[in-house]
Ligand binder design. Structure first.
Ligand code: NDP
Ligand code: 2IT
Length: 447
């Protein structure tokens, strides 16, 4: 798809002013390709230069993180917090620790987050942060020292009314605990709402751990229900085996699906009897092991080094590992093998060619900013509980999460219909989110 004529110069500007940041360019392009009809319908957005303002982060912070390993060696990492847009609420979004992280990575994630958060209907702006720190193989003490050093700088930029980080790749409950401990120590404030994804014992919310994956499977089910089918009895493949992948598999199974494959960056496993999700949890959450260890216990399963899951026939695919992990070629293979629905648990896991192939083939395609919004939505519920010094039951939290996911699904479909692109969740999500952010920005004056 092409970028609308009115928006072409905005996109050219983004390319020129953010050189080399390909993932950021890709994320912006996808939104600009979708929102042409909304911009045409609302000339006030053009007059107020809403689109160029949305493409420029409100604030970008880059800092040094020095830390010492267990042998006394000194390491220097680079860290970022991109506070992208606060029209709808405090900046909100996760922290990623992965060696591939660059400023452009965090900008793409922050940009996506603005729209995702708007789609939830909750009062949260968008931001993202992280570091090129590699947690693999590091001891608990090393992780703690890194988190403490990271927070020693980050603390001055965040706050429950300002910017509220959470987890993402490489950052889970353990890391959020160390980050919160250091924030509390420096500021002398038990400010629970400054971070989400906390442990249950000190202000965390029920179902936050499960929320992204659960929400992704619920979204897949909603897409199928709207087409007269459901996840029940469907064969599902999932990429990754981290937080999002594990709980996407768990909810898919609860909804009656047969999950046969998952992966990590070393390769993929195929278990035709159904993935033993408890085993994957233990391997990944307790032992922090590589995925090939799965076949040591489940001897009939197959591990393929270096392989992805996309060659395995399935009805529903859920990419839950990382950006651009599902290419046009992978998409064509999935379509040929009978895949009817794709729900993105990861952020931007499908390349533009892949997305186009799915849309052209009529596959129900749920983009990450809609399908994986359950995580951040539950973070907003955690903020709500912290603000009222309350804690809700698992059952109530699960009900809220499912309502929110159904609401997002309906909003995407209705918007796609309204703009004459029935069934196109990409257009629906981008337009619905864009108009919400744009209306808030207009109301707040030139900000
Ligand atoms: P985790 O760190 O828990 O797990 C990440 C998984 O993806 C691991 O299996 C990892 O394999 C694999 N992976 C990560 N990077 C790469 C890479 N470059 N190449 C191949 N495999 C890779 O992260 P999450 O599950 O939390 O996040 C996964 C995705 O979901 C990300 O895109 C994230 O932005 C998105 N997301 C996360 C949310 C959350 O609440 N956590 C919310 C919404 C979206 P290995 O261990 O071998 O590196
Ligand atoms: O990409 C995402 O939505 C997240 N990593 C979750 C962010 C959050 O603030 O819970």
């Amino acid at each position: 798809m092409a970028v609308d004529e009115k928006l072409a110069s905005v996109y050219a500007d983004v390319l020129e002013r953010n050189p080399g940041e390909h993932e950021f360019h890709q994320a912006v392009r996808e939104v600009l390709e979708s929102i042409g009809p909304a911009v045409a319908k609302h000339p006030q957005y053009v007059d107020a230069k809403i689109v160029p303002r949305i493409c420029e982060p409100e604030r970008q912070i880059i800092f040094r993180v020095p830390w010492e390993d267990d042998d006394g060696n000194i390491h220097i990492n680079r860290a970022f917090r991109v506070e992208f847009n606060s029209a709808l609420g405090p900046f909100k979004g996760g922290l990623r620790f992965h060696p591939s992280v660059l400023l452009g990575t965090i900008k793409f994630l922050g940009f996506e987050q603005v729209f995702k958060n708007a789609l939830t209907g909750l009062p949260i702006g968008g931001g993202k942060g992280g570091s090129d720190f590699d947690p693999k193989g590091r001891s608990d003490r090393e992780i703690m020292r890194f988190c403490q050093s990271f927070m020693t700088e980050l603390h001055r930029h965040i706050g429950e009314y300002t910017d509220v980080p959470a987890g993402d790749t490489g950052v889970g409950t353990r890391e959020v605990g160390y980050l919160f401990g250091q924030y509390k120590r420096i500021t002398n404030r038990y400010e629970s709402g400054v971070l989400t994804g906390k442990g249950l014992i000190y202000g965390g919310a029920q179902i936050r751990t499960e929320a992204t994956g659960y929400g992704t499977a619920v979204f897949a089910n909603e897409m199928l229900l709207s087409r007269g089918s459901s996840l029940d009895g469907k064969t599902v493949t999932v990429s990754g085996s981290g937080n999002v992948a594990i709980y996407a598999m768990e909810k898919a199974r609860q909804l009656g699906a047969h999950v046969v494959a998952c992966s990590d960056s070393s390769g993929s496993i195929y278990d035709k009897d159904g993935i033993d999700i408890e085993l994957v949890k233990e391997l990944k959450e307790v032992w922090r092991a590589r995925i090939d260890q799965y076949v040591a216990t489940r001897t009939k399963a197959r591990f393929e080094p270096g392989a992805q899951v996309w060659g395995i026939p399935c009805d529903v695919a859920m990419p839950c590992a990382t950006q651009n992990e599902l290419t046009g070629k992978d998409a064509h293979r999935l379509i040929k093998n009978g895949c009817v629905a794709v729900a993105e648990g990861a952020n931007m896991p499908t390349t533009p060619e892949g997305v186009q192939a799915f849309l052209d083939a009529g596959v129900a395609f749920g983009p990450g900013k809609a399908a994986n919004a359950g995580g951040v939505a539950t973070s907003a519920l955690e903020m709500q509980q912290n603000a009222s010094r309350d804690s809700w039951s698992f059952r109530h939290s699960q009900q809220r999460l499912e309502e929110i996911m159904r609401g997002i699904h309906a909003r995407c479909l209705e918007t796609a219909d309204e703009y004459g692109m029935p069934g196109n969740y990409v257009a629906g999500a981008n337009i619905a989110a864009y108009t919400r952010v744009a209306d808030a920005m207009l109301a707040l004056g030139l900000i």
